[in-house]
Design a protein around this ligand. Structure first.
Ligand SMILES: [Zn+2]
Length: 244
């Protein structure tokens, strides 16, 4: 991917088993505004909470037909993304193994609630994931000092073990895309994200549609898989210096 200016789009699929939310997402992914192949970063089912594994698998397969598929770990509960204890890295390993056992060899990751720590990053590097958890913006709901990664451009994150993790940061929310209608987008890769639940709101749906259409006119459309395959960023940052 030499020198061009690209854009990719991902969706945090929070409620894959909610029929209304799923249908809105599936329709959007099948006919995406701006012509983007939207990556579905899916939260695996919480079978302990009674979520239906078979339905989930069917929907994940359908999403994989229309775009890249990735893992979006929620550490605590379906509606509570960030960890509240235990071992966050073990949870990621458990999710990856659960998916692999069902035939999904995923290699894209975005941590729920933008959570990242050194052990999670090491696990992702070991399992050869590309990470999208770093953000170019500061999520407003996170308290000062909450563990997260910050990056504006794709880079390799150098980890304490010596491994490195390919990072394709998330750069724009729906609101930021809308503001980009007036201001130029910066950076080599714009990575816009939204939540499937955003689609329940007609206003947000319209904003997303307009934002992606406009982005598709300003940037070359690509997708996270292509970026993962073709991008070799020149920049490296140390994990120790990448926090909040
Ligand atoms: Zn989430």
């Amino acid at each position: 991917m030499p020198g061009g200016r690209y854009a990719v789009v991902s969706c945090h699929v929070e409620r894959p088993l909610d029929d209304e939310v799923w249908e809105l997402f599936a329709a959007l992914q099948a006919r995406p505004p701006g012509g983007f192949r939207i990556a579905a970063l899916m939260r695996p089912p919480d079978t302990a909470a009674g979520e239906d594994e078979i339905l989930w698998l069917g929907r994940a397969r359908a999403a994989a037909e229309n775009g890249p598929l990735g893992l979006h770990t929620h550490w605590t509960a379906p509606d509570h993304a960030r960890p509240t204890g235990s071992d966050p890295a073990a949870r990621v390993r458990e999710h990856a193994a659960w998916l692999a056992a069902r035939g999904f060899e995923l290699s894209l990751f975005c941590g729920g609630g933008w959570y990242m720590d050194a052990a999670v990053a090491e696990t992702l590097a070991e399992l050869r994931f590309t990470d999208c958890t770093a953000t170019a913006f500061r999520p407003r709901y996170l308290p000062e000092g909450a563990p997260r990664l910050e990056a504006r451009e794709p880079c390799y994150v150098q980890l304490p073990s010596g491994r490195s993790l390919l990072e394709v940061p998330t750069t724009h929310s729906i609101g930021m895309l809308a503001r980009g209608l007036l201001a130029p987008y910066r950076g080599q890769i714009v990575h816009a994200y939204f939540h499937d639940t955003d689609l329940l709101d007609a206003k947000r749906r319209t904003a997303l549609s307009l934002g992606l259409t406009f982005l598709g006119m300003k940037r070359w459309q690509t997708d996270l898989e292509q970026v993962q395959r073709g991008l070799r960023p020149a920049k490296t940052m140390s994990f120790a210096n990448s926090g909040p």
